[in-house]
Design a protein around this ligand. Sequence first.
Ligand code: ATP
Ligand code: MG
Length: 375
Amino acid sequence: MTKIDNPFVVASYHSPAYFCDRSEETKTVSGALINGRNLTLLSARRIGKTGLVKNVFYHLQKKKGWRTLYMDVMPTTNLSDFIKLLGTTIVEQEWRQSKNYMKKIAILLSGISAKLSFDPVTGAPEIGVEYKTRQETEKSLSALFSYLSAQEARYAVAFDEFQQITCYPEKNIEALLRSHVQHLSNVNFIFSGSNKHMLTSMFSDYGRPFYQSSDFLFLEKIKVTAYAKFIREKFAERGKAIANDLVTEALAYYRVHTFYVQHFFNRLFENSEKKVTKELVEHVHRLILKEREDIYYSYRNLLTTYQFQLLKAIAREGGVSRPSASDFIARHGLKQNSSVRRALSALVDREMVYEEKGVFYVYDVFFSKWLEKCL
Ligand SMILES: Nc1ncnc2c1ncn2[C@@H]1O[C@H](COP(=O)(O)OP(=O)(O)OP(=O)(O)O)[C@@H](O)[C@H]1O
Ligand SMILES: [Mg+2]
């Protein structure tokens, strides 16, 4: 595996060496798949769902007879897009892994009436589909799942941001997908997403097609001790030293929220020499906020003055459990509590605030830090 310049990955998954812990969760997800169960993976945004799925797949791919297909469903807007995504993902994998891939791809493409093309830049295969009737579309979806069930391999298929299917304009998509999913003995699924309410109700509401069709895993934050150890090791491996106190303080400062922690330590690593000092830590905190300042000022224009004032109040308290309480309202000059409730609900809908275990937080941790200081 190639060694990367900065050990704090901020984009996609790289490899286990740059992935902190999650050993229990990796075991839970792989265990479900290997034992023939589907799993729904949920968490707040940017905690590490996609990373966990990729880590599970990294290991599963090495097991004899296993194949993995990862798809981000978020950009799809209808059933044809879904078919195109699943079809392209299967084609890509056959192209990379099968000896007789041309024959296999030809069978698959004819089954779903799709055209094959190649990306002029990357050379990766891509398929194009155009269906005129619902019947034609459903037939192609069946053909894709039949193709998978006819393979000798065991498949693990991840549909990331799966709640997106509820936004498709076609009717009864959940029932249609469920009817295919339940009949495949060699394929198991991970359904993941950050829209907790939508996904939970899809899989746990009596009467919904996916009711009780999968295990659940609510992904929590990485444990502080494991994360601190990982961070210090990554610095040490590159000949840099950082005191444990500085690491644990920064973890707490960014609420152990994976995305923000990774970003901070990526920048800290970039700016550090042999030994990390407290001054450097503070400089990097400021640097990150400075770079985002223009965006944060523009957020202000998207919100009402009252909503912005409430956001600032939540940020300054570092989270609030009783936003309608009179002392909170008085402390921040927020007027009556009916306005708080309305503004809070608008902020939750816009995903600027989220609730975790009864406490409301500003979702974007960097933005929260900026709000704490803003006038
Ligand atoms: N265990 C981990 N160790 C190190 N970095 C991680 C770990 N898990 C996730 N990351 C990194 O944290 C960031 C956020 O993770 P990821 O994209 O997996 O979260 P997510 O929950 O899928 O987010 P979203 O809700 O936006 O889809 C990414 O940069 C990823 O590389
Ligand atoms: Mg994700």
